[in-house]
Write a protein that binds this ligand. Structure first.
Ligand SMILES: [Zn+2]
Length: 371
């Protein structure tokens, strides 16, 4: 049995349950005992360099966590599964958990059972949900990492109270997700939200996806570093303070270093972030034309630059938005949960299933009792 601490406050925003519409959700919400809302679950975030697993309570707080390195791309799918199983079982030994959610950097199919492709791992059409379900006594949910992060921001962070939210994660590339009417809009095949590969500059920079001019070639950590290093290659004197900060070598210039320099007032670093922010705003205006959300939540490592990034983004958004002056403008805000959003979201999405799992179990036992 789960021990629920008495007097724990209910989460301020409750989820729409099981993908039902808001009216049905209200009905179901009233039917759920408060204890069920607080079930602790495990979230696992599988990134390019590390795997982090954590126990998350019903209010989105991470109460225990473990981490290890992501196995090399050359390793088999089984090796990656073993890493996940080891972390989850260790946490399950320490806590009474009721489900596990896996947030993976990669394409997850619409019914959340297979990872179609993962750039950092050897997963190709991998039946991850089934493989892990065989190894745990509790239910398993598999989700794309950007979808998981967006869900977490909607439930516990910067998206609270907004029924139509778009999340944009600026890391090495751009991740994205749409949360609408209390559910993650995954698209028909599970691949909605791949905003980073919208073409914003015809014939522009080549992208690893094979196309040219993709948004993430202009607004991402990789774009920031590429532009800073290109100034070094051009032997521009304006980049000397940044280069000195990087220890004199081109390779020492990283995204966090540019942000640090911009905060310290280095005008070139400020300008580099301005350009990234400008393109962020242009892309967001395109997304507003297509999706018309109430709020854009901007997360990922590059967003640590705060207003140095979001200021130019808001400016470019206002200048580029279609129908400007004749329509309400979406808010553009900084994400609230930092780099644990993926883990928290995966755990909370699993909690939805844990509820159902418990309900079914209870009904089964009720039926057995009646028989
Ligand atoms: Zn691309």
């Amino acid at each position: 049995m789960t021990v629920i601490p008495s007097g724990t406050a209910r989460p301020p925003v409750l989820p729409t349950l099981f993908g039902l519409g808001p009216r049905n959700a209200d009905r179901r919400r009233r039917a759920l005992p408060p204890s069920v809302l607080r079930l602790p679950t495990i979230g696992v975030d599988i990134g390019g360099t590390k795997v982090v697993a954590g126990v998350v309570d019903g209010e989105g707080k991470v109460i225990d966590r473990l981490r290890t390195e992501t196995p090399d791309k050359s390793k088999s799918a089984k090796v990656v599964e073993d890493v996940i199983v080891e972390l989850v079982l260790e946490l399950a030994d320490r806590h009474d958990v009721h489900a596990v959610g896996i947030g993976a950097a990669g394409w997850v199919d619409a019914d959340r059972s297979r990872v179609l492709f993962a750039p950092h791992l050897n997963w190709r059409n991998e039946p991850l949900q089934e493989a892990l379900s065989e190894r745990f006594r509790f239910p398993v949910v598999v989700e794309n990492d950007a979808n998981a992060a967006a869900w977490a921001e909607w439930r516990f962070g910067a998206g609270r109270g907004e029924d139509h939210m778009v999340m944009i994660t600026l890391g090495t590339g751009i991740g994205g997700a749409v949360v609408r009417d209390g559910f993650v809009d995954r698209g028909k095949y599970g691949l909605a939200g791949e905003f980073g590969h919208m073409q914003v500059v015809p014939g522009g920079h080549r992208c690893p996806c094979g196309n040219r001019g993709c948004w993430e070639q202009y607004s991402s950590g990789n774009a920031l570093v590429r532009e800073a290093r290109s100034l070094v290659e051009e032997e521009s004197p304006v980049v000397e303070p940044l280069l000195a900060r990087a220890g004199g070598g081109r390779e020492g210039i990283t995204g966090p270093l540019v942000t640090e320099a911009a905060r310290a007032g280095d005008p070139v670093a400020v300008e580099l972030l301005y350009d990234i922010g400008h393109w962020l705003g242009v892309g967001i205006a395109n997304l507003a034309a297509a999706l018309d959300p109430g709020r854009f939540v901007i997360g990922g490592g590059v967003s640590d630059a705060g207003d140095l990034l979001l200021g130019p983004a808001q400016e470019a958004f206002k200048r580029t938005l279609t129908g400007r002056g004749f329509r309400p403008e979406a808010q553009i805000v900084h994400a609230a949960l930092g780099n644990e959003a993926g883990l928290v979201g995966a755990a909370d999405l699993a909690r939805q299933v844990a509820r159902r799992f418990r309900t079914i179990k209870r009904r089964r036992s009720e039926r057995a009792h009646l028989a």
